[in-house]
Ligand binder design. Structure first.
Ligand SMILES: *Cc1c(COP(=O)(O)O)cnc(C)c1O
Length: 230
């Protein structure tokens, strides 16, 4: 059985290969180790292996783990669906929130960030595959939402996130990653305040190579590092 360190090293090497093969620099990609439903012990092994970015999906579970592990040396990313009434905890515990998809949620995060004098880094999640079961703003509504977000003083919009439909052949996801990249370009061209748009959070265990080729700057990898979730 490979250890978490073996897995982490292998994924890192695959990322470097993918980045170099498309002429980008390795330091343009953040590897987010997705630790949902994995223990503090396993996260510690990930930290030992050199992981600096971790992604969590569930607020209550994340609070329990982050209270033990801390957030000094680790950058925590919230990547799950967030309810407005939990915004307070997301703001307190996470450096990035990847899953902003409604004005109501953006407002709550801004309000909570203001209370603790924080500029909260966020990404807007786009439902790029138009799937009924998935969260995310509709592609055609994204620019309108972002215009409104740009007026919130305690939010710093850093980019877009997506989770395309699952395909066993990752090549089939390419078109969705491309679309998210194009949407990012469109938004950048508007030069809105509080909006930097430097990140594309896309690519998971199965398809991060393709996502990197299409411009991803944050890949979110769980299974290939920590093994399957039961
Ligand atoms: C669980 C999850 C991941 C990681 O998926 P793997 O296939 O295990 O790599 C990435 N992003 C989001 C939003 C997730 O919920």
């Amino acid at each position: 059985m490979p250890t978490i360190k073996d897995n982490f090293d292998r994924v890192n090497k695959q990322i470097v290969d993918a980045v170099m093969s498309c002429g980008r620099k390795p330091d343009t990609i953040q590897l987010i180790a997705v630790s949902k439903r994995k223990s503090v012990k396993m996260i510690m092994e990930g930290i030992q292996a050199g992981a600096k970015h971790f992604g969590e999906n569930y607020i209550q579970e994340a609070i329990e783990k982050i209270d033990v592990i801390g957030k000094n040396k680790i950058c925590w990313h919230f990547i799950g669906h967030l309810q407005s009434n939990k915004a307070k905890f997301a703001v307190k515990y996470f450096e990035y929130i990847h899953t902003v998809d409604t004005l109501k949620l953006a407002k709550s995060i801004d309000k909570q960030a203001k209370k603790i004098d924080k500029i909260q880094k966020i990404l807007v999640q786009v439902n790029i595959g138009k799937e009924e079961t998935k969260s995310g703003t509709r592609t055609e509504e994204t620019i309108e939402l972002i215009k409104q977000i740009s007026t919130f003083e305690n939010l710093s919009l850093q980019g877009l996130m997506c989770m395309p439909p699952y395909f066993s052949d990752p090549e089939k996801a390419r078109i969705y990653f491309k679309q998210l990249g194009l949407l990012k370009e469109k938004i950048m061209a508007r030069k809105l305040g509080n909006v930097t748009m430097e990140h594309l959070s896309m690519g998971m265990s199965n398809d991060f190579k393709v996502a990197i080729e299409e411009g991803s700057t944050m890949v979110r990898v769980g299974t290939s590092i920590f093994g399957r979730r039961d």
